[in-house]
Design a protein around this ligand. Structure first.
Ligand code: FAD
Length: 505
């Protein structure tokens, strides 16, 4: 089991034991003993929860199944040009591991369903290490159509800016956008302007100074030639391990255990929860299996794995509260990756990361956001997103110990038709040609499985359970409002933690 800063943590633990931790808003009135929390998963939501718990002085253990990746030169992460075992999470289940099977704690997990493959991060920092880097805010009306019970004003004024500040994200600067490898971005902006689409330069979690050094040839090129999808070898990506999690650990109240997979969650008779986990090697060998108790559990394993953990624990009779909505409200965020050839495109690698977008509001009911998705070869690639009509459900399959996606493909739905029509306008407008299916059926934004105001209340507390909170992408009902979801996931986690921990808001 790898730990960050364990010696420091143990030293601080003895100091903290003597102190009175800040009670959480949801704790029992005058109980003065030190409260404990477990956060499962260290992606966007887990990192936010860890920091806010740590700052409140609550003893917190973050359990993360994946490895810690620290940039140590240009071969730290695999690249699209040097694709290897480090790219994929191939860790076998407990039984197969006991029988001697091995894999690797790689960066991305693929969960294959009948109509769709959902991809998610599997490392310290979760999706923040492998994502495109764009932190885009949904537009008010679309947000309100998806999450009508939340205040957009409050998100806009407090929680979205809080996340941007903590991560240190900013829009692509003019000089970078003007440099050679960013020609595809400029073409896209021109095309969008010609069609009357709204052009956006959202905040992006990359250090533009490092990218400038790449462009100047001072360090090996990575982000500036679109090598950013598996982590960024120039260290330009501002993933949450470098900001939220680092600050959480620095509080002295938070311990991070990487390569530690939570297998099941059990209610304790007297209140609180027991978490059963297995510490593994980076090839999946068992180091130890143990149990950990806490007063509060924060589920932040991402839509697919938070849902799996809850469904599995219910299936095993370890979580007995009545809640048949776990697994519901799952969707693809209306994602569709659309490629085209483009007559104005220069050959050669395009600059990254994803950092410009455009919104087509031709269909008033289904605005379509295109996230320009730069690649290392000569096509124009856009991720189109619209609010989906088709939501599905996740199920647990005990035979495979896996999560099953019950989702009917959304072909022909008004949402899909709006995306396709918009894409056709774009292609017609710039004189290019649509390219067939590019990674068709793969989505990078699985959302839902424990939606707010459905399986959970608006603070993520699971109906039927006390002090069991979901804080991650499972809370969003299959859509983040026609944009990439990470910013909304993190901001929503901030909102929840601010409400739960008095004095923070
Ligand atoms: C290739 C790619 C590109 C993307 N690009 C963008 C983008 O540019 N902008 C954007 O907004 N979004 C993007 N996304 C989506 C974004 O990364 C996710 O929506 C976001 O990370 C989800 O946040 P989360 O907190 O819900 O979970 P995650 O960030 O997925 O974190 C979940 C964590 O839990 C861990 N975990 C899972 N199961 C267990 C377990 N049983 N025990 C212990 N730990 C566990 C995982 O290893 C992971 O670290 C992208 C995703 C991918 C895959």
């Amino acid at each position: 089991m790898a730990t960050i800063n364990r010696r420091n943590f143990l030293r601080r633990t003895s100091l903290l034991a003597a102190a009175t931790a800040l009670p959480m808003g949801c704790s029992d009135g005058n109980d003065q003993r030190t409260r404990t929390a477990i956060v499962i998963g260290s992606g966007f939501a887990g990192s936010v929860a860890a920091l806010r718990l740590g700052l409140a002085g609550i003893h917190t253990t973050v359990l993360e199944r994946g490895r810690l990746w620290t940039v140590a030169g240009p071969d730290t992460f695999p690249t699209t040009g040097n694709f290897d075992h480090r790219s994929s999470w191939t860790i076998p289940g407990a039984e197969a591991a006991a029988a001697g099977q091995r894999g690797y704690a790689g960066l991305l997990e693929n969960i294959v369903g009948d109509n769709v493959t959902a991809v998610c991060g599997a490392c310290v920092g979760g999706g923040s290490l492998v994502y495109g880097g764009v932190l885009i805010q949904p537009q008010r009306d679309v947000f309100e159509s998806v999450l009508p019970f939340l205040s957009y004003d409050e998100m806009d004024a407090v929680y979205y800016p809080r996340v941007i500040r903590e991560i240190g994200a900013s829009p692509i600067p003019d000089d970078v956008l003007g440099s050679t490898t960013y020609q595809a971005h400029r073409e896209f902006l021109d095309d969008a302007a010609a069609l009357g689409f709204e052009q956006l330069r959202p905040n992006t979690s990359f250090d533009w100074d490092i990218i400038r050094r790449e462009i100047a040839g001072e360090i090996p090129a990575a982000a500036s030639v679109s090598e950013y999808a598996f982590g960024c070898n120039s260290d330009a990506k501002l993933s949450t391990d470098k900001n939220y999690l680092k600050r959480a650990i620095a509080t002295g109240a938070v311990e991070l255990r990487s390569l530690t997979e939570v297998e099941i969650l059990r209610e304790r008779a007297g209140g609180g929860y027991t978490v059963v986990c297995r510490a593994i090697t980076d090839e999946g060998g068992l180091v130890e299996r143990y149990e950990l108790d806490a007063d509060y559990v924060f589920l932040a394993a991402g839509s697919m794995n938070t849902s799996k953990l809850l469904l599995k624990s219910q299936d095993a009779g370890e979580l007995r509260g009545a809640n048949d909505r776990v697994g519901a409200g799952w969707g693809t965020n209306g994602d569709q990756l659309l490629a085209q050839s483009h007559p104005g495109l220069q050959p050669g690698p395009q600059g990254g990361p994803a950092c410009i977008a455009a919104v087509d509001r031709t269909d008033a009911n289904y605005p379509v956001t295109f996230m320009h998705s730069p690649v290392a070869f000569g096509i124009q690639l856009q991720l189109a997103m619209s609010v989906p009509d088709e939501l599905g459900r996740l199920r647990y399959d005990p035979d495979s110990d896996g999560v099953v996606i019950d989702w009917a493909a959304d072909t022909g739905t008004p949402s899909e038709q709006a995306r396709v029509a918009s894409y056709q306008r774009l292609v017609r407008g710039n004189g290019g040609a649509a390219l067939p299916d590019f990674l068709g059926g793969t989505i990078w934004h699985p959302l839902g499985g424990a939606p707010m105001n459905d399986a959970c209340d608006a603070l993520g507390q699971l109906y039927g359970y006390r002090n069991l909170f979901v804080v991650d992408g499972s809370l969003l009902p299959g859509s983040a409002g026609a944009v990439n979801p990470a910013l909304t996931i993190a901001a929503n986690a901030e909102r929840i933690m601010a409400a739960l921990i008095p004095g923070l808001a």
